[in-house]
Design a protein around this ligand. Sequence first.
Ligand SMILES: *Cc1c(COP(=O)(O)O)cnc(C)c1O
Length: 405
Amino acid sequence: MAKSYLETHPDENGFFGKYGGSFIPPILEKPFADITQAYQELKNSPAFIEELKYVRKHYQGRPTPISFAKNLTEYCGGAKIYLKREDLNHTGAHKLNHCMAEVILAKYLGKKKVIAETGAGQHGVALATAAAYFGLECEIHMGEVDIAKEHPNVVRMKILGAKIIPATHGLKTLKEAVDSAFESYVPQADEAIYCIGSVVGPHPFPMMVRDFQSIIGFEAKEQFLEHEANLPDNIVACVGGGSNAMGIFSAFIEDEAVNLYGVEPMGRGDKIGEHAATLTYGSEGVMHGFNSIMLKDENGEPAPVYSIGSGIDYPSVGPEHAYLKEIGRTKVGLSNDEEAVAAFYKLSQLEGIIPALESAHAVAFAMKLAASLPKDKTILINLSGRGDKDIDFVVENYPIPNAKF
Ligand SMILES: *Cc1c(COP(=O)(O)O)cnc(C)c1O
């Protein structure tokens, strides 16, 4: 039997076409080779697979359901909208899917500590949770701007026992947090591993994080058939680094009738520094140890980026997204701040679900797509997380529509 897409991508050097690979200082080559080897061993280990199954079911609360968004569908007046509810995964987003597995891997390698960056704080919270569960130390790097904006998640991480290190250079957001975490990891590589928060970074992370997140797509494929006789016609997910999108896409890549949309944030406009629409406006370049599509400034350096969704304002994108777009398997959708906030309130008021601002970008694009399609078509949105972390910021900056008080 021919090998599947997931078995043949990436190649053994971590390349998806020309994207991906591993561009790291020599001092990190050994630690990353160890991680790659440990992952190959664990992937085929029945004990690891059992442990992961156990924590997913009995700790994380998986499978997460698929909900039919009946009121939102009627409001949009076109295709039927369904939601894959990663907001109901423990800690409120999809991130725990790979964090639990990454911490099991850290333990397998005999490490005492996990280090990571975080944007909105979701990856930090998920990793701090996994570290608490498995009894490891946890160090989280976060931009100062995000620390101020995502206060509840900062408090959660502290309660969970993590150490928070502010990134104070540049724009003080996600990219700077990655810089800071890498710098801290180098001298600690013997006792710690760097748990990257998305399908980005040097090989094997884009592959490993995708594989750990693919549970979303494999669950969804089975569950969707309980609602409809067919696979979804369209799948929509927001793309920052791209882990929740790869998680849901990966089970459907060979189902060519299923359209796959990755939604990028258009922020406040199309000028450099006002958005983080990497696949739309970027070009090939190496950053944070991998080759992909990157947003560049006039000097070819990573450009400043902005989005109201702190978890999706990253100037690069997972190499597999760059590849899948290039071969025409995926399409890019766009939503700006205003559309995301409108979708945030619509989903809350019509469905009783407050989405994360990141996920609201996917909802906003799906609403536009639904309105353009006939009623017998279907759209499955990956609702990557819940919006509790965003409520204060949103209500302070955007008045609640139809507020009754
Ligand atoms: C982190 C995060 C994202 C963005 O990360 P991806 O790797 O692109 O999925 C999206 N939604 C939520 C809720 C997040 O926490």
